[in-house]
Design a protein around this ligand. Sequence first.
Ligand SMILES: [Zn+2]
Length: 223
Amino acid sequence: MLSKITCMNCHYCHETCIRKGKQKTVQIYQCKSCLKYQRQDYKYRSKLIEDQQLIQLVKEGCGIRSIARVLTISNSTVLRRILKIGRSIKRSPTVSFGQTYQVDELFTYIGNKNNRVCVAYSLNAKTKEVIDLVVGRRNKTNLKRIISTLLLSDAKQITTDKLNIYKELIPVRIHSTKNRGINHIERQNLNLRTHIKRLNRRTICYSKSATMLLAVVKIYFWS
Ligand SMILES: [Zn+2]
């Protein structure tokens, strides 16, 4: 359908848009201010929803279906968009040397409540920045991925709980298991439990897939 309108207001910043070519028979517009390409109206409402809105709702403790209801888009769109955002997030790039870190795990379920998995991650004790995270079983392979990042960044001290796997992975001179040594990361666990719907305890909320869980935790930490 040909559009007679020569200009319209941007869907995102409400500045003036100009005509900028066509996609098949639909007029495409470009915003003069934010330079985003757009159409006058969309068949699918989700096109008008920005990633930032989804990120905000995920971090505010909304589940997939509640996000779908609030934004009036479909469940599958929410899932697809969250996975896409999760994939685009890379691990925090700023790793400084000679820092003190805390490492801990937090348990949740995938698929059913008999299938326990853990979210293990490392936190800079001073800046409270999350360095690395892994989702899966609490075994040597998974914890090694967390620890090796810290060892590569020449950690001054790594504080963990008294789990035996850590004793094998961390050199004795920088390993600490002292009382209250992982206070900061334990508090961060509480934040996660409060702010991410699928990590809420004593509810029926848990993930169906590890990929989704990883995407949501990555969004929480790094976006
Ligand atoms: Zn604009």
